[in-house]
Design a protein around this ligand. Structure first.
Ligand SMILES: Cc1ncc(COP(=O)(O)O)c(C=O)c1O
Ligand SMILES: N[C@@H](CCCC[NH3+])C(=O)O
Length: 418
């Protein structure tokens, strides 16, 4: 996919756009996340262009990468946002994003978050249960506001992805079963401060085939037609996010094939189409840059112990996810089979298993495809300050998040006062 082409070797040295990654490591230290501005921009533009003249809104899923500079870049390109917390709403606002182009998903919105989102006049609440709708109606009434709502429908479609990130099966906690959603739309009169503006679904993440999207889209269309036949009109259909990226050898539909398929499957609709892509916008536009601290050879294994760990990128530990690992300088170190591991005290702290690489102590490695659910899922486990983030624009590197300091780590903690 497009993002990969921004991380390329020149004379055996890995660059991002026109900047050697080695230079970034020297200037900002490691571990750090490095993003290509043009990869981010191109991915967004590919989505946008594929809609041709279809009325649409791309709502970037903030959870995939919530750095304010990245949100700001998408906002400037015209993007809307999909949020799942009040914190994400505040990030969107801080980044200059438009709350009027923001949808709020999630099964557990608090009353406080609902108030904040009503105050900000967001585009829509993607409501995931009847009890949530009752609460939202209550809060909106208190605030003398009308809450715009889409029901998030659970279409019971198998996304054929990792079970932890499959969200559209009937046994998952997400969304409302189709029949129940139909009943709730019909009880609109019970909710004085709710206006039903849309219909929504999101069946999972890292989908590698179009079929599950098509199945979901078909089910949503059927529901929409049923509602329309009973004179219930809405403004938009939100088909969620979920398009996968290439981590290893997956064969994926392109962004434009995916958007075209969604447009074709909904061609008879006059409603605006919304999508909520996360990973496919940022995943291959970012890497995690790390340095080898020690090469350790035991009778059983060769380990490359690096300065990044599961707290920086938890996808391998959490999902056994594969990330390609490239040497920043291809060198003549003897090729061996390595376990690429971090310093954290867990055997699950690995970034890659069984990689055949020629390595030396002190070498830099690029953990590829780390732009999505990398930094945003990082933690301070083992009291490790979180990594810096750098955005490269052609030949210039910008720091978009300073490396966390130990003082910042401790700043909210207090000893007992006696
Ligand atoms: C409601 C919702 N929308 C959008 C996304 C973004 O998904 P992805 O990053 O797979 O595009 C997610 C995450 O799976 C989500 O939960
Ligand atoms: N965190 C997941 C994706 C979760 C999608 C959120 N609904 C990943 O890294 O693949």
């Amino acid at each position: 996919m497009s993002g990969f082409s921004k991380f390329v070797y020149y004379n055996d040295e890995l660059f991002v756009e026109s900047v050697p990654l080695k230079e970034i490591a020297e200037e900002f230290g490691t571990p750090c996340y490095v993003y290509s501005r043009s990869a981010l921009t191109e991915a967004y533009k590919e989505f946008d262009a594929a809609f041709t003249n279809r009325d649409h809104l791309i709502c970037f899923a903030v959870k995939a990468n919530s750095n304010i500079a990245i949100l700001n870049l998408f906002a400037q390109l015209g993007s809307g946002f999909d949020i799942v917390s009040g914190g994400e709403l505040q990030r969107v606002i801080k980044a200059g994003g438009d709350p009027g182009k923001t949808v709020f998903s999630g099964v557990g919105k608090t009353l406080f978050e609902m108030r904040m989102a009503l105050d900000a006049n967001i585009l829509c609440f993607n409501v995931e249960s009847e009890i949530e709708l009752i609460s939202l109606n209550h809060i909106a009434k208190e605030m003398n506001k009308i809450a715009p709502v889409s029901l998030r429908v659970n279409p019971d479609v198998d996304a054929k992805t990792h079970p932890y990130i499959s969200t559209g099966l009937k046994e998952n906690k997400f969304g409302i079963p189709t029949s129940e959603a139909e009943r709730i739309y019909h009880s609109a009169h019970l909710y004085s401060n709710i206006r039903f503006v849309g219909l929504d679904c999101h069946i999972g993440s890292q989908l590698t085939k179009l079929e599950p999207f098509m199945q979901a889209s078909k089910k949503m269309l059927n529901l929409l037609k049923t509602l329309q036949a009973q004179n219930l009109e809405i403004d938009h259909l939100d088909l969620g996010g979920g398009l996968g990226i290439r981590y290893n050898d997956e064969i994926l539909p392109s962004i434009s094939d995916y958007v075209s398929a969604l447009c074709t499957s909904t061609h008879q609709l006059k409603q605006r189409l919304l999508i909520e892509p996360g990973r496919s916008l940022v995943g291959n536009a970012g890497i995690l840059l790390t340095r080898i601290e020690y090469l350790k050879h035991t009778p059983a294994r060769n380990f490359a112990i690096v300065d990044a760990a599961m707290n920086d990128l938890m996808r391998p530990a959490l999902y056994n996810a594969y990330h390609e690992i490239l040497p920043v300088n291809k060198n003549s170190g003897e090729i061996k089979n390595y376990q690429i591991v971090g310093p954290v005290c867990e055997t699950g702290d690995f970034l890659g298993h069984d990689r055949n690489l020629g390595l030396n102590n002190g070498d830099l490695l690029a953990i590829m495809s780390a732009g999505a659910y990398g930094m945003s899922m990082s933690s301070n486990y083992n009291s490790r300050p979180r990594a810096a983030e750098i955005m490269v624009d052609k030949n210039t590197s910008h720091i978009i998040r300073q490396r966390e300091t130990i003082d910042q780590l401790f700043s909210n903690e207090h000893t007992l006062s006696y």
